[in-house]
Write a protein that binds this ligand. Sequence first.
Ligand code: NAP
Length: 292
Amino acid sequence: MRKCIIIGAGPAGMNAALYLKRAGIDVVLIEKEVPGGEMLKTNKIENYLGFESIDGGELALKMSKQIKDLGIKIMKDKVLNVTKSDKFIVEMEKEKIEADYVIVATGRTPRKLGLRGEDELTGKGISYCAVCDGVFYRGKEVAVIGGGDAALTEALYLADLCAKVYVVVRRDLRASEVLQSRVKAKENIIVLKNVNVSKLDYDERLSSIILDDGKTLPVSGMFIAIGGMPQLNFLDDLDVMIKNGYIVTNDKMESSVKGLYAAGDVRYKDYYQIVTAVSDGAVAALSIKEEG
Ligand code: NAP
């Protein structure tokens, strides 16, 4: 029986697993944390057909339940390296597995601003996830950095908890009109455009942020939502074509390495949505099915 290893149990990886299992291919899903990926950090999803409005964690749970009910094994482990001779060898912290195909569906990790103090203040005033950490800032003033869908989704979530939410955007908002009009309707969200954060003021915890127009925002929390970048060190031994940090694939989701596929946010593409991730996963699985 041909075997496929999927690295990453977000929507792309889980949907690839579902399609492979149904196609009769032996599939193992490897996840270093909890299945769900970025969905776990999103409070409300309103653009995934079939669910008018659903909590990201709930959708993640529904997907992983469906996968587990099909008898697909989800291994909790971290992939360290992938090599290829006759077959692929996927080396993890706890074991090594051989496979005929590999689908990389590891998504991307949040981009950092690169400010002095950013790393040491993570968890002490700096966060990359409002759903995870927003509750610690109830009644306080916070800032959200970024102007995309993620930043405004974070700001809307925080506006229901916090006294005031500043949205700091380096140019202009690029989020969808729906989100922008919701933000406009919230009296406690203040959007500041054409500014960057230039300095963090802190002792043990963040106490304020200083902007490059000279203003100081007296916030105890700063939520950074400026997109993300894939982490692909585990592919260093393979000759995978990368563009701007993302894996380049053809329209069958195959990378420059035969038998190695990529799906979801880890791919170089135009749209990074749950629905496009799920679709990439299905295409990768069906392409593998067609190979045999
Ligand atoms: P994004 O659309 O790429 O937006 C990133 C934002 O961060 C932009 O405002 C960008 O500014 C800013 N930025 C980037 N680097 C920066 C830096 N070094 N300093 C300051 N600002 C910086 O990323 P995203 O919002 O994470 O969204 C990613 C994808 O997920 C999108 O396709 C989005 O539609 C989707 N998404 C959807 C939902 C939803 O529908 N509920 C929620 C979250 C995400 P510039 O514009 O100046 O580059």
